[in-house]
Design a protein around this ligand. Sequence first.
Ligand code: E4P
Length: 217
Amino acid sequence: MKFFVDTADVNEIRELADTGLLDGVTTNPSLILKSGRDIMEVTKEICGLTDGPVSAEVTAMDYDGMMKEAAVLAEIADNVCIKLPLTMDGLKACKALTSAGHQTNVTLCFSATQALMAAKAGATYISPFIGRLDDMGIDGMELIEDIRAIYDNYGYDTQILAASIRTVNHVKDSAIAGADVATIPPSTLKALGKHPLTDKGLDAFMADWAKTGQKIG
Ligand code: E4P
């Protein structure tokens, strides 16, 4: 499973990229707002921190406007992935951009039929929003399972990018359900490798090691 980090905070991205475990980055207008930075400037900086795809979202609502903005965003760097909303105009732009050789991420997906439409439009990634469905009392993970089944039925190669992740269990369950990628907030990504028994065990080993009076090398 690939891990993307869902943030426009360059310090968080740099720290995670340094681990060698980061496969890409997703941003959205709300994350750009949170960063307090100019979209062009911060996206360029992020693209320099990872070789993986960096999703940058268009903000126009109509096809022509989306295509104009996509052209501007695509100029930033080769690893920009154009993020488009799941609307008819967004799907039309997805089809055109994919055909022109761009990576595309269709976002704000909340149903399996929407995901089917994105695959037909040739999307590189489809972003089902798990957490926002869970927030409404709807099981977001069922959506991942349904999309996996549909894409496998027809051999679509659109990658399922589990988004709106809130918990470590969201990542685990997405992996079990067969999502190709998870885009994860920095704090949740760092928590994936944590366990209190690991910390406790390490403390005990280090205490015993100190008592040996030895050192390695
Ligand atoms: C995905 O690409 C989105 O940026 C993100 O996962 C949305 O998450 P949220 O529901 O926590 O805002």
